[in-house]
Write a protein that binds this ligand. Sequence first.
Ligand code: KIV
Ligand code: ZN
Length: 519
Amino acid sequence: MPEHIYIFDTTLRDGEQSPGATMNVQEKLRVAKQLERMGADIIEAGFPISSEGDFESVRTIAKAVEKCTVAGLARTDREDIDRAWDAVRAAKYPRIHVFIATSDIHLKYKLKMTREEVLRDIADAVAYAKKMTDDVEFSAEDATRTDLAFLCEVVRTALSAGATTINIPDTVGYTVPTEYADILDTIRKKVEGIDKVVLSVHCHNDLGLATANSIIAIQHGARQVECTINGIGERAGNTAMEEVVMALRTRPDLFPYETRVDTTLIYPTSRLVSQITGMKVQPNKAVVGANAFAHEAGIHQDGVLKEKLTYEIMTPESVGIPKSSLVMGKHSGRHAFRDRLKSLGFDLNTDQIQKAFDLFKGLADKKKTVFDEDIVAIVMHEVLRIPYRYRLNYLNIVSGTSAIPTAVVTMEIDGEPVRDVDFGDGPVDAALKTIKKMTHSKSRLLRFAINAITGGTDAQGEVTVHVEEDGISVLGQGAHTDIIVASAKAYIDALNKLEYQKAKMEVDKMRAASPEGNV
Ligand code: KIV
Ligand code: ZN
């Protein structure tokens, strides 16, 4: 029987300490409910004394979550512990998480305390918390830079005061796997009774070693891993939950351990946290990045189409991504292209496929990655000759140091000429606002990026916009020497693609509802 590894998720506490990742009470509650669905064992919901908002969030989550332990963080002060307890006491399984720094650097410069004073605080705080709940975790902040003999003394003190989980954090992401293993081995050897409680690890990613350190820690006795979704957290972040869980699941030959996590909820949870915090996931991020299951090279694509095992160590479906995406580019072959057309819902004859493939190859020579939307545009407008809904005919901008940015736009909408004017916070804003008004679009602009294709002031500007409506998101692109025109073209391109996707979804829905699959 594989041993259980407790997943302690601190997205809502340490994760929220990422610059700019602040969440309000309702947003935290949504993340907490998702973590509960996904199967986290413990949710660290916040640091209740730090603000009214944090207190409220922890209390709300404690009341709403039933299947996980809910923890509140506290320093060793009694006031902190009282506040943490008030916040978590309504939980079905409440935990108080007490911490104090133990390294000489922190004692000398931050706490201005002696080692004896720290030991006294630990004994007092853990015993005080223990009067409120049996489930008390103690963390020795900056443990990996703490004198090892003193760290053992710290752990002994917390244990005798009643701590049920002992956490050995690598607070500044300083340790490396072999050293971390030694620290844990020493504690397990020198501290009597440590085998009666849960040994926990909490790693930061300053040297990119957080996952490796957490994994080796499991092999050296840790049974709780503290982590965050997408690895968000202070500075370079914390151990990424998805990486630890998938490493254990992918290599059962090395790791005879299990977690409660439903891995198919990993990707949706990653998306939720990214949307709520506004922290984008880097495309090459392990497990949940946009490219994590994307294969670009022709040889790789051919291999994956023949047998996924050739280049995929885990399936996208296992982490909740519906299918792997072959990145279509100039290296892609006919086989992959035909496959992609099918998955995009096009049933073309041989001549149409040939025409689409030639056009696709021409486009791939000009741009590195051809997106699904580009293929859709090729098929719809060049092969099937379905007309664009929106077309830009005329754009005039007034802007400058003393002018209110104003855009006059003429478009063709469903074949009819339409003209309008509006103001904006800048020339691009004025143009996009006017277009939005004319098309009555309910979409949101998620991202706007300009790239100069060539050097010099006469450079072609290439604009990419990311637009979303009702869960459908598309990229639009436009290029022109005038960046305002490029922006308008990119926006209209995105709106056309959005219209297409919405229509396609309707057709798919009708197809699913029809018993024969016909519409
Ligand atoms: O990094 C750290 O040491 C912490 C503790 C409070 C556990 O976040
Ligand atoms: Zn931390």
